[in-house]
Design a protein around this ligand. Sequence first.
Ligand code: S3P
Length: 437
Amino acid sequence: MTAAVETVLVEPVARLVGHLRVPGDKSISHRAVLIGAICDGETRVAGFGRSADTEATVAAVRALGAEVYEHDVDTLRVFGRGLRGLRPPAGPVDCANAGTLMRLACGVLAGQDGAFELTGDTSLSARPMERVAEPLRRMGARIETTDGHAPLRIVGGPLAPIDYELPVASAQVKSAVLLAGLFAEGDATTVVEPAPTRDHTERMLAAAGARVRIGERSVSVWAAERLQLGEVEVPGDFSSAAPFLVAATLVPGSELHLHGVNLNPRRTGLLSVLERMGARITVYNRRSIGGEPGGDLEVRSAELVGTRVRLEEVPLAIDELPLFALAACSAHGDSVLRGAAELRAKETDRIDAVVDGLKALGAHVRGTPDGFVVRGVPTRLRGGRLSSRGDHRIAMLGAIAGLASREGVRIDDAAAVAVSFPGFFDLLDTLRRQAAA
Ligand code: S3P
């Protein structure tokens, strides 16, 4: 048996109690390493969210000439090569499953000297890449896709600033253009968003000394001479906390505390949606963690009512929308998600994966071209078997469904959780022991 096809049975749990921490934010961890690689000198990263995805970023910047020392599991030192100091490795840069790495690297490499090739695994090679290639070409980059997908070939060189209106709300595309803007002499490079998306890149570039202007729906960056990050403290990943928020909401008698979580409002759309549904989630010890809004969360079980996700909430909850579907299954009344066709362009088609997966567990859910409709039944789901389809978020969805089910859930290819949260099943075991104590 290989790890990739491992099947895990997650049995129902009577309640969830205790205190936990989740790994460092994946989006911020990717950026700290990638931006650290084009900084001058040393960047110390504390709370690094180690996962298959972020390890791919460490391997990529090493291949490009940066040095990375791993002091322990979540502490890194990145020795940057300066803004234009990355060098082509002998072969392609393997981005594995990491869309964030591939798309952000395009922006960085467009400004370097030399020719670079970026490859990814089967899932990443099926995801759309013209969305980054197109604006970068407008800036003067030479970048070729393979029928719109990876492998990508980039020949770095001089870039010109652009004003770019994003056709889809995507933080990855925004970030690729802003990173390329660091190399574009003259005016500002400006990205206009159709709806606000996560803003970690612009925050980190400003922290590194770049000139950045943040408007309501736009971000501008000017060419930089040098960047220096120094220290990056990575807060806990809200996207990794979200499964536990939903689990404790659904499993009666639960009371969980999650500590040190990133609560950047561009990430916490699921909180607003769950609160509207009647969830009992309290934020306390609000504080800044590594320059991002953060805090601790207390979640108690609650009866939910169905809701509609608002269009502007979609990008703010994009990676948590599968969990919203699960919460909606046990709510009173119907729930609706629209305007989320982007879910079809994730690690899998997450609309199909959610609909097929939850139906197999006894849910009443149907897919639409850009979302889903759930008929809630306020009891535990029956349970059954679901395939992660190699997608970490679907594997975790299955596991949380299992905890809150009557019969448990068997997850095929459960090892996919390692893409963002390698310790996920160990943490579930700990919670199960605490529930029994
Ligand atoms: C990410 C942005 C989002 C998100 C992904 C991480 C990032 O993707 O789904 O998991 O770190 O910028 P899109 O920008 O494609 O929406």
